[in-house]
Write a protein that binds this ligand. Structure first.
Ligand SMILES: NC(=O)c1ccc[n+]([C@@H]2O[C@H](COP(=O)([O-])OP(=O)(O)OC[C@H]3O[C@@H](n4cnc5c(N)ncnc54)[C@H](O)[C@@H]3O)[C@@H](O)[C@H]2O)c1
Ligand SMILES: O=C(O)C(=O)C[C@]1(C(=O)O)C=C[C@@H](O)C=C1
Length: 306
C-alpha cells in the first residue's frame, strides 16, 4: 500500500520559470494526487499540454481552483490581486492559497481581501531562480537546498503552515517562517537592490558605449558579464518587485548611496587602508557563504548561481 499524497489536487496559476519548475518537480515526488495548470496565456497552456507538465491545463482560473486543496499563484507580483479576485469566490473551504512572489507585504495586501472564510492564505517565497522566464526555462531541481520563506499573517492555522512547509520540504527546500515586512527588508538587501545595481551598471555601460565606439561591451570582463546575467532578468517581474517593495528598497538604497559616497571619498583622497579593510571584510563574507553551502551539501551550489 502506498502513502496518500500530501494534497489531493494542486493548482498552479502562472506556468513560467517558477510555476513550471514546481509542476516538473511534482512529477517526481508524490506530493499531489492531481496537478492542474492555469495561465492567462493560450500559448503557455498549449506548451504545458505539449510537454505534459500537468494532468489538466486551462486558461479558466475559476474552474482550475474549484477542487483544489492547494493553489499556488506563480504570476508577477503586480498580478496577484487580479488572480485572487478571480479565484476567491471559487475556492473550497480548507484550501491553502499561497504564492511564490518575490515581495511579501504587498501579496498579503492584494490577496487577503479576496479570500473567503475557511481558506488559509499563506504567502511564500522560494529564494531560487534564474534570469530566464517562461514555461521552457523551468527545471525540477530548482528548489533543492534553497530556502523557501513562509510569511503567514497572525492567527493562521498552524496545521496549514506545517502542511505547506512539508510541501516545500518535499520539493527539496529548507523552510523558514518570518513576518512579511521583515522578509521585504531582508530581500531588499540580498536580492532587490543587487538587481537594481546590475540594471544600472549595464545601462550606464550601454550609454557609455556611444562614446567609446563599442569598446565597452567588446572588452567586457568577468565582473561586468556577471552583472549582465542578472540584468537580463525579466522586465515585468522586476518592475513589479520595485513597485511593490518600494519602502524597503528605498531604505536600503539610502544606506547604499551613503556607503558609495564614502568609497568615492576614499578613492579621491587616496585612503587605501579604508579600501583594503572593506575589501578584506567582503572577501570574508563571500568565503563564509561558500563554506555554509558546502556544510549543508547544497547539491546545486555553483550550478544555477554563478
Ligand atoms: N524568476 C525568478 O528568479 C523568481 C524567483 C523566485 C520567485 N519569483 C517570483 O515568481 C513569480 C513568477 O516568476 P517567473 O519567473 O516564474 O515568471 P514568468 O514570467 O516565467 O511566468 C509568469 C507566468 O504568469 C503568467 N501570468 C501573468 N499574469 C497573469 C495573470 N494575470 N493571470 C494568469 N497568468 C498570468 C504569464 O503568462 C507567465 O506564464 C513572480 O512573482 C516572481 O517575483 C521569481
Ligand atoms: O539567480 C538568479 O538569477 C536570481 O536572481 C534569483 C533570485 C535572487 O535574487 O536570488 C531572484 C529573485 C527571486 O525572488 C529569488 C531569487
Amino acid at each position: 500500500m502506498t502513502d496518500a499524497p500530501l494534497f489531493g489536487t494542486v493548482t498552479l496559476i502562472g506556468i513560467g520559470l517558477i510555476g513550471s519548475s514546481i509542476a516538473r518537480a511534482l512529477r517526481q515526488v508524490p506530493l499531489a494526487g492531481r496537478v492542474i495548470a492555469a495561465d492567462r496565456s493560450e500559448a503557455v497552456i498549449a506548451r504545458v499540454r505539449e510537454r505534459g507538465f500537468a494532468d489538466e491545463a486551462t486558461t479558466d482560473m475559476a474552474a482550475a481552483v474549484k477542487d483544489a486543496d492547494l493553489v499556488i499563484a506563480c504570476v508577477p507580483v503586480g498580478a496577484m490581486g487580479a488572480v485572487a479576485e478571480i479565484i476567491g469566490p471559487h475556492l473550497k473551504p480548507g484550501c491553502i492559497v499561497s504564492d511564490v512572489g518575490s515581495t511579501k507585504g504587498s501579496i498579503v495586501a492584494q490577496m487577503a481581501p479576496h479570500m473567503p472564510p475557511g481558506v488559509h492564505l499563506i504567502p511564500a517565497h522560494p529564494v531560487a531562480g534564474t534570469e530566464h522566464s517562461g514555461p521552457d526555462s523551468g527545471f525540477p531541481e530548482l528548489f533543492h537546498g534553497r530556502w523557501c520563506i513562509l510569511t503567514p499573517v497572525p492567527d493562521t492555522d498552524p496545521v496549514a503552515i506545517e502542511t505547506l512547509s512539508a510541501f516545500w520540504q518535499g520539493l527539496g527546500s529548507k523552510v523558514e517562517v518570518m513576518a512579511p515586512d521583515h522578509h521585504d527588508l531582508v530581500l531588499a538587501i540580498t536580492s532587490h537592490v543587487p538587481h537594481l545595481i546590475a540594471y544600472n551598471i549595464v545601462g550606464t555601460a550601454s550609454d557609455l558605449e556611444k562614446v567609446t565606439e563599442s569598446e565597452v561591451i567588446k572588452f567586457s570582463a568577468g565582473g561586468f558579464r556577471d552583472f549582465t546575467r542578472i540584468a537580463a532578468s525579466d522586465p515585468t517581474m522586476w518592475r513589479d518587485v520595485f513597485l511593490h517593495n518600494k519602502e524597503a528598497v528605498l531604505e536600503v538604497l539610502g544606506r547604499f548611496t551613503e556607503d558609495l559616497i564614502a568609497l568615492q571619498r576614499n578613492i579621491r583622497w587616496g585612503q587605501g587602508d579604508q579600501l583594503f579593510d572593506l575589501f578584506t571584510r567582503t572577501r570574508a563574507i563571500r568565503r563564509s557563504i561558500i563554506d555554509q553551502r558546502q556544510d549543508t551539501a547544497d547539491p546545486d551550489f555553483g550550478r544555477n548561481r554563478k
